[in-house]
Design a protein around this ligand. Sequence first.
Ligand SMILES: Cc1cc2nc3c(=O)[nH]c(=O)nc-3n(C[C@H](O)[C@H](O)[C@H](O)COP(=O)(O)OP(=O)(O)OC[C@H]3O[C@@H](n4cnc5c(N)ncnc54)[C@H](O)[C@@H]3O)c2cc1C
Length: 400
Amino acid sequence: MPSADADFADLLVVGGGPAGLRAAEVASRAGAGRIVLCDAMPSVGRKFLVAGRGGLNLTHSESVERFPARYGAEPERWTALLARCSPTDLRAWAEGLGVETYIGTSGRVFPRGQQAARLLRAWVSRLRTAGVEFRMKARWTGLERNGERWRVDFADGRQIDAAAVVLALGGASWPETGSDGRWPEVLAAHGVAIAPWQPANCGWECVWPASFLAEAEGQPLKNLAVRAGARTVRGELLITRYGLEGGAIYQLGRELRERPELQLDLKPDLSVDALLARGSDWQRDWKLSPAAAALLEHFGDVRCATAAAASAKALRLDLTGPRPIAEAISSAGGVRWAELDERLMLRRLPGVFVAGEMIDWEAPTGGYLLQGCFATGDAAAHGALEWLALRGGADRARQG
Ligand SMILES: Cc1cc2nc3c(=O)[nH]c(=O)nc-3n(C[C@H](O)[C@H](O)[C@H](O)COP(=O)(O)OP(=O)(O)OC[C@H]3O[C@@H](n4cnc5c(N)ncnc54)[C@H](O)[C@@H]3O)c2cc1C
């Protein structure tokens, strides 16, 4: 039984990012009883709002069958997770909150007209109307078994006894939004294996000569093929004072963490012979952008046209490391999949479920991050509902 001085919830959701809000939504729709959502910050959804500044890429329009590969490991789990909460479901969810979505030229799905704040306001208001109780400035610090329930501790000394708990505490990038990556020590104390944090979808550093920066800083490199390890992607890069940013490098994080070396093809649609056929003066004849020409001049072999063509097709850049995790769009690391059963319940802590970026997965930008957070939030809520239903049945049987 809950103690006199501890509050009680049927379901306690800790963390009010998209994963936690989705879990509360699914549970409240199913009538899970008293649902309390706690967050350390004064308001929920702060990283969601930051994502909104870039247009809020909600999901992607490619076929759902292609999604699991975007998340790297555990394709069978992702297939099951996305079957329950698909990209189509996510678009319907936004539209249900009065915000229309559209597919951009890249195939990415966005809410029409920079609507992240409106979406969040409507979402929270609908949850409040449905009876979800919000407790802000409530920093979770631990939990321990209390009979049939979990006693959950907060930094200010408050406690909540909960029949089921969903933890959705986020990753470790942009700590000012609340997801400061400090929760692993609490779960590690219960023996839960946690993969260390690593920046993902982030810029990489390299040492540029001052003369190169004077020519190329702030300039884009468009229509490139970029290779790291065994993977090549097409896309864009931006030359910055410290190194490189851009979609192409964000997609190669896993490979770059293994070996921080890039190979750029500055003219991916032309062969070496086709380049040479354009003329032997690479600066005049090859139509390289100013940034691409500066790269070739400073990092390639331009002693003759043949050498310059070979360099333009395979220009090697050594990177010195990723930008700090605080700046990254997302993080890799977190609760290892092996710790979770198919309902996203921690095997060591029955009745405690996890969702969102706190699980050890990563995905490129393109809407796959929010889609992953919604899908895992949805699954954790269903897991918790199943758990509560079984416990309710057990309680009734005991009372009978
Ligand atoms: C600049 C930027 C742009 C982005 N753009 C996109 C995009 O366009 N598309 C996309 O798909 N993704 C995007 N993302 C990523 C996306 O926002 C995240 O993947 C997503 O917000 C993670 O959701 P979450 O619910 O797992 O965690 P979060 O949103 O990080 O929420 C976690 C919550 O837990 C709370 N919390 C943490 N610790 C505690 C504690 N001890 N006690 C209580 N509460 C706690 C935090 O305060 C926070 O509210 C972007 C991210 C950034 C930084």
